[in-house]
Design a protein around this ligand. Structure first.
Ligand code: PAF
Length: 289
């Protein structure tokens, strides 16, 4: 398996490809995705290639992490271009299972319970979302058996919960999170950006603008930082703010001026908003004064 990209759809094929690497003690890195790949995903792939002998990328739009009110079918599908760009990047194994391969008995009955942090922020808007994410990530970890899994920090709450699951369930995988890749004007790359209508891109920029405003106000404390972020949305009618808040990057506990986090002056500013029918999220580290 040198230089060639293997596209496989069954667990059996995947395990047969990875087994020789495991047998000779090579480092296996894994990048789980739902496809609609962009430069942010390719940055994860490049990092995985730097730190491992073989890289497995999965493309699987996981029905379990979409609630019924969300339109699973609207999630962008660009399989041919995804596979072409992974092949061009030199990825050794691309795993594209059908839903029946991952959930042969219908939706999984045994699911990972994601704990209290999963009920906040994204979990409020998307009940059950993180249980669905962790269930599929645990399954994929068991299928691929990677030494290292690489995730994007744009989904900060997801990264936190995956790390918590790995710790709590003693999974033998190291989780690496890479910084969010942005357009030159600050827009965080997201597969969902493809769903924005042409006139909605400037409204989508409100999220990163609000994070910068919070950063600029952060030396006056947590309340000022949050107020500055929220104020950016007040001036923009096309982006409907869902939440803007500060959490401790280590514990995900909410940070206020009365309750500063364990991470000293470091806070993670989280934002979610709806632009038309597209829900977008973003986050940034800020230093509180
Ligand atoms: O971040 C994603 O794309 C998904 O939540 C993941 C981790 C691939 C699980 O379906």
């Amino acid at each position: 398996m040198t230089g060639e990209t293997h596209l496989v759809s069954t667990i059996r094929e995947l395990r047969a490809l990875v087994a020789p690497y495991r047998a000779r003690g090579s480092v296996v890195a894994f990048v789980p995705t739902m496809g609609a790949l962009h430069e942010g995903h390719l940055a994860l792939v490049r990092r995985a290639q730097q730190i491992a002998d073989v890289v497995v990328v999965s493309i699987f739009v996981n029905p379990l992490q979409f609630s019924s009110s969300e339109d699973l079918d609207r999630y962008p599908h660009t399989l041919d271009t995804d596979v072409a760009s992974l092949a061009e990047s030199g990825v050794a194994v691309v795993f594209v299972p059908p839903v029946s391969e991952i959930y042969p008995d219908g939706a999984a009955i045994t699911r990972i319970s994601a704990g209290p942090v999963a009920d906040r922020y994204e979990g409020v808007a998307r009940p059950g979302h993180f249980s669905g994410v962790l269930t599929v990530v645990a399954k994929l970890f068991n299928i691929v058996s990677p030494d290292i899994a690489v995730f994007g920090q744009k989904d900060a709450q997801q990264v936190f919960l995956v790390r918590e699951m790995v710790h709590d369930l003693n999974l033998r995988v190291r989780v690496e999170a890479l910084p969010t890749v942005r357009e030159p004007d600050g827009l965080a790359l997201s597969s969902r950006n493809r769903l924005l209508l042409p006139g909605q891109r400037s409204a989508a920029l409100t999220l990163s603008t609000a994070l910068r405003a919070a950063d600029a106000a952060a030396r006056r404390g947590a309340a000022s930082a949050v107020a500055a972020g929220v104020a950016v949305f007040a001036a923009q009618s096309e982006a409907q703010l869902d939440y803007f808040d500060l959490v401790d990057p280590v514990t995900f506990a909410r940070i206020t001026d009365d309750a500063r986090g364990d991470a000293g002056s470091d806070a993670l500013a989280l934002v979610a908003a709806r632009v038309g029918s597209v829900r977008l999220i973003d986050n940034a580290r800020i230093a509180l004064g």
